[in-house]
Design a protein around this ligand. Structure first.
Ligand code: ADP
Length: 203
């Protein structure tokens, strides 16, 4: 079993890379952004609470996000009385966004008797991030892809999310890859890391 977190600023390409890895390595892709957008689309009470917060580019409360994540993680563990999972592990994308969330993630994994094997951080220079988000904004139709909201999301990343890197660095599970080039280049770099992890080797 291989469980990884894919990490990066908005626009770093986490979702794109996570999709490619999930397909190649039979991993369950758990994206908290996607889980939240599904709730918004369903119009569930939880989605209704999350919608305005997401549109402002703020972080949705842990009570909501953790509930969705915990439910999704059960899909990878199999669970008591359930069929064994069809996946070889999972790739978590969009979580943790704060150090407190990183601690919660450790707790959720340990409850399922699982562990996080590595955090793969995609490193992209600031100018390139801004360029990509604007490009995506033109086609995504996402309510949180406007100029002001994008700026706010990047600010929040710097203040609250970037410290998560240090949290994982001290535990020796952080691997950083250059994500400044094309999707396929980043994918090649990440796959090299994955192959080493799957062989159980040291990085
Ligand atoms: P991006 O990484 O491009 O900003 P995501 O799809 O990961 O986009 O997230 C979109 C929005 O969903 C975030 O701006 C935030 O409002 C909410 N969200 C996603 N994950 C979390 C999380 N772990 N904690 C709090 N809010 C979250």
């Amino acid at each position: 079993m291989l469980n990884i977190v894919i990490f990066g600023a908005p626009g770093a390409g986490k979702g794109t890379q996570a999709d490619l890895l999930a397909e190649k390595y039979d991993l369950l892709h758990i994206s908290t952004g996607d889980l939240l957008r599904q709730e918004v689309a369903k119009g569930s009470p939880l989605g209704q609470r999350a919608q305005a917060i997401m549109n402002r580019g703020d972080l949705v409360g842990d009570d909501i996000v953790v509930q969705l994540l915990a439910q999704a993680l059960r899909g990878v563990a199999g669970g008591e009385g359930q069929e064994p999972s069809e996946y070889r592990g999972c790739i978590v994308d969009g979580f943790p966004r704060t150090v407190a969330q990183a601690q919660t993630l450790e707790f959720l994994f340990s409850k399922l008797r699982l562990s996080i094997d590595a955090i793969i951080a995609i490193d992209v220079p600031r100018d390139e991030l801004v360029r990509r988000i604007h490009e995506r904004a033109a086609i995504s139709g996402r309510a949180d892809d406007t100029e002001e909201v994008i700026r706010h999301r990047i600010e929040l990343y710097d203040e609250q999310t970037r410290p998560v890197l240090d949290y994982y660095r001290v535990s020796g599970r952080l691997v950083t890859v250059d994500g400044s080039e094309q999707i396929a280049d980043t994918n090649t770099r990440i796959c090299k890391v994955m192959d080493v992890l799957l062989r159980g080797g040291k990085r």
